[in-house]
Design a protein around this ligand. Structure first.
Ligand SMILES: [Zn+2]
Length: 264
């Protein structure tokens, strides 16, 4: 559970504590540290899962939260804090985490300018950012968020079983999946094809839903010193309970936290 502070972090924390003189009441005592360039660590990653919604609210949110908790416990790779409180998306708040997850978020979340700057600063300094499903249907009027996550949602023309092709079988978030898999999902399309801007991990086999065209479904990218991953799957609670999807979630967390490397 603990995350050892480097000497530099500890010094920064003590300076900050001296300045602030307090910690937040009602929580376990957590030393706020100023965001520094992060060094990938083999210790447990600290993951903040945000499920706030300002638009559509998915029934699968409880299943998603349970999946994150279960994967963290089973793998011992990460600890999980879940929240709907956007106040945690601040420089001080995010300094306590290695990975930020927008899990089934939606709509124009009331994230003020300070929070937006903190989110971008967190990633630039080496934090991991994961988005699932409607994370691309979130903050759609904020262009820099679109750049961060790779694309904005357009529509979901297909809610049915479809074949998903694994484009990069070597990424921690896809290894072990084989060349393709089939599942029932709400398959997204995006305002424009993110392929030129991202490293595509999964795409929809358009012929499997009676369509044609290129439809990336999961991807990763590097932003500053940080790692970004997005997966459009996750509409149904059944998806979150699917071991093939859980494998992707765990691999994505470990990659975003810098525990395992793979170029994107
Ligand atoms: Zn959905």
């Amino acid at each position: 559970m603990t995350h050892p502070l480097s000497r530099r972090e500890a010094l920064a924390a003590s300076l900050l504590l001296a300045l602030a003189g307090c910690t937040r009441p009602g929580e376990r005592v957590v030393i706020p540290v100023v965001p520094l360039t992060r060094t990938p660590t083999s210790s447990q990653a600290r993951v903040l899962v945000v499920t706030a919604t300002a638009g559509f609210r998915h029934d699968s949110i409880p299943a998603a939260v349970a999946t994150f908790r279960s994967l963290g416990e089973r793998s011992a790779a990460f600890t999980v804090t879940t929240t709907e409180d956007l106040a945690l998306i601040s420089a001080q708040g995010l300094a306590q985490y290695d990975v930020l997850v927008f899990c089934l978020t939606s709509g124009e979340l009331p994230l003020a300018a300070e929070g937006r700057a903190a989110l971008l600063g967190f990633v630039a300094a080496g934090g991991g950012f994961l988005g699932f499903h409607s994370a691309t249907d979130t903050l759609s009027r904020w262009a820099e968020y679109g750049t961060l996550i790779g694309a904005f949602f357009r529509e979901h023309p297909w809610v049915q079983p479809g074949r998903v092709i694994v484009e990069d079988t070597g990424h921690p978030a896809t290894e072990g999946l084989g060349e393709s898999f089939t599942l029932r999902e709400e398959f997204y399309t995006f305002r424009d094809n993110p392929r030129p801007r991202v490293h595509v991990l999964l795409r929809l086999d358009a012929t499997s839903v009676g369509a044609s065209g290129d439809y990336p479904l999961a991807w990763c990218r590097q932003q500053g010193a940080g790692r970004v991953y997005y997966n459009a799957l996750g509409h149904f609670a059944e998806t979150w309970a699917d071991p093939r999807f859980q494998r992707q979630v765990l691999g994505a967390v470990r990659w975003a936290a810098g525990q395992v490397g793979h170029p994107c």
